[in-house]
Design a protein around this ligand. Structure first.
Ligand SMILES: Cc1cc2nc3c(=O)[nH]c(=O)nc-3n(C[C@H](O)[C@H](O)[C@H](O)COP(=O)(O)OP(=O)(O)OC[C@H]3O[C@@H](n4cnc5c(N)ncnc54)[C@H](O)[C@@H]3O)c2cc1C
Length: 535
């Protein structure tokens, strides 16, 4: 049992930023929970390319235009404007001043602005090709200096504590749904504790792991999204899952992102038998076509010819020394997997990369459930619409992390006295009668089934028939897994499996309802609003 003023679930850029901002008031008491044993572990840690800053020839109107263009008519202009207006200052305050992140600069100290696809200006700040790790190192070090922040590792949130669902008072049925904390599974003790909080912030990141091929690390299985959905919070834009065209397909190193910059430097995609194919799909842009076009082209080649990967050749396009200097991280990671990218082509597949939808929130990160905030990749602020502009996600985590903190700070004193129930009002976790340990073979087998269903039927190319089949199979699995969950002792893998099937269904159902191809949601059985970009 624990009581805190603010419970933040998740320790990536969004959760850490919210915690740091709240910690500037020494009266506040903040608890940050992460299921990982190392608090640096998160999607944020693996970000390569960088984060949007404001270059010398740039302005918030120009960035706003780029975000709205990428979002394919679905981005909220209000949310995108907030990001464009406030991003650079919050980035400077949180990352440079507080966390001490040193972005790459030239000899005179001026930032080395990077260029990324669909950006009309050079505006990407980076630390080599390991920006995310530099950011996490700075944020966690800063959090550890805050006396009023407790970071608890190895704690997997199981469910939100919400009234009326967990209330012992029948009169709570007549009140709006409100969140009062979460049930947290201690992975070392293997017990569940109640964490009561005046404000609860979900910052649990994305859901790439529900797909067979993904760039996301193991923890990105949609836990927070599933919890919010079970608690009755509104979810939006769940059909918009962004796929990256090139993730490494090598045993033991699957999913390592091979940056678009490799094609930017002249890299060419080939079939396993050496045929160039991108000019068949995009005669004008060829290998530098937009991300979704390249990803679908690779997918089509793989399906049509039964390839398990395609090849990306940079070795014959760039001198070895230049490759090692430009892509040190990719070079060394591939070498560990037995591929010398200066000598041979890289086997790649498209992979689920980023979740554009999420828990619907307002400009302060408030969800439709009282006292519940959602920030970062789990949230749907409206910024990304149907397709995310590269490098906006880290910035969104920062901006909404800071905004949620600001809102909590403004409202918490009024809320504390009246809104936080005591432990007596909330039932403890009940595992009585459960003795069976979860069978890892069932967890792994069911997870792989979900990943295969999502990859083949709810992936890059969708159709009514594929989606109906996915929903039927996922519903059946949902029932099986729910029974499994209710009759077995808790484990982190079981919690993740239950959440994965819940969010897989959410994505599949949203994709079935939306018959219009737009951004990263592509249905081969509907008319596209971006006809010239389809394959
Ligand atoms: C390989 C890769 C490269 C990328 N490159 C870029 C880039 O260059 N620029 C950019 O802007 N974006 C990039 N992105 C996207 C970006 O990294 C993410 O969108 C962003 O980091 C998400 O931050 P977050 O704080 O929302 O979540 P995360 O950083 O994923 O943090 C989630 C946190 O929640 C915790 N958690 C999850 N479930 C639970 C649970 N049940 N209980 C307790 N804790 C839980 C995790 O342990 C973790 O601490 C990249 C993503 C990947 C995978």
């Amino acid at each position: 049992m624990a009581e805190t003023e603010v419970l933040i679930i998740g320790c990536g850029i969004a959760g850490a930023t919210a915690a740091l901002r709240l910690a500037s008031n020494p009266q506040r008491q903040i608890t940050v929970i992460t299921r990982a044993s190392d608090p640096h572990e998160s999607n944020t840690r693996y970000a390569q390319g960088g984060i949007i800053g404001r270059g010398p020839d740039d302005g918030s109107e120009i960035l706003l235009g780029d975000i709205l263009a990428a979002g394919a008519g679905v981005s909220s202009p209000h949310a995108a404007r907030i990001l464009a207006d406030e991003g650079p200052l919050i980035l400077h305050q949180v990352l440079e001043e507080t966390a001490g992140v040193k972005f790459d600069s030239d000899a005179s100290g001026l930032p080395l602005w990077g260029q990324e696809a669909a950006h009309s200006r050079r505006r990407i700040l980076h630390v080599g090709d390991g920006t995310g790790l530099a950011i996490m190192n700075g944020l966690i070090a800063a959090l550890r200096r805050c006396a009023n922040v407790t970071i608890e590792s190895n704690g997997t949130a199981v469910d939100l504590i919400t009234f009326p669902h967990h209330s012992r008072d029948p009169l709570d049925n007549y009140r709006p749904i409100a969140c009062h904390g979460a049930y947290i599974f201690d992975r070392q003790e293997r017990t569940v504790h109640r964490y009561l909080a005046t404000a609860t912030v979900l910052a649990t990141g994305g859901l790439g792991r529900i797909y067979r091929n993904t760039t996301n690390p193991a923890g990105a299985r949609g836990d927070g999204l599933a919890m919010a959905h079970r608690a009755g919070a509104r979810i939006a834009n769940a059909e918009y899952v962004q796929f990256h065209p090139t993730a490494l397909a090598a045993p033991g190193a699957e999913g390592l992102l091979i940056s678009e910059a490799v094609r930017g430097e002249g890299g060419i995609l080939l079939t396993p038998d050496g045929r160039q194919f991108m000019s068949d799909y995009s005669p004008a842009w060829k290998d530098l076509a937009p991300r979704d076009v390249v990803a679908r082209a690779i997918h089509h080649e793989m399906e049509a010819h039964d390839y398990s990967y395609v090849l990306l050749d940079i070795a014959s396009r760039m001198p070895a020394e230049a490759i090692r200097n430009r892509f040190p991280n990719i070079y060394s990671q591939c070498l560990k997997a037995g591929i010398d990218i200066t000598q041979e082509s890289i086997p790649v597949v498209p992979a689920a990369h980023y979740f554009c939808g999420g828990v619907l929130v307002d400009e302060w990160g408030c969800s439709s459930t009282d006292n519940l905030y959602a920030i970062g990749e789990i949230s749907c602020t409206g910024v990304h619409g149907a397709n995310r502009l590269a490098s906006t996600s880290l910035l969104e985590g920062l901006v909404w992390g800071a905004r949620a903190a600001q809102r909590i700070e403004r409202t918490i004193d009024r809320a504390s006295a009246t809104k936080r129930p005591g432990f007596a009002a909330i039932p403890p976790w009940d595992e009585s009668g459960l003795t069976a340990a979860p069978d890892p073979a069932l967890i792994q087998g069911d997870m792989q089934t979900i990943q295969n269903i999502m990859w083949h039927y709810v992936g890059l190319v969708r159709s009514g028939e594929r989606l109906s089949r996915a929903i039927r199979e996922l519903r059946h699995l949902w029932n099986e897994i729910e029974t499994f969950y209710r009759t077995t002792k808790l484990a982190d893998g079981l919690i993740g499996l239950r959440n994965a099937v819940e969010v897989a269904l959410l994505v599949a159902q949203a994709a079935q309802h939306n018959r219009q191809s737009r951004g990263c949601h592509y249905r081969q059985d509907s008319v596209s609003v971006e006809g010239d970009r389809l394959i």
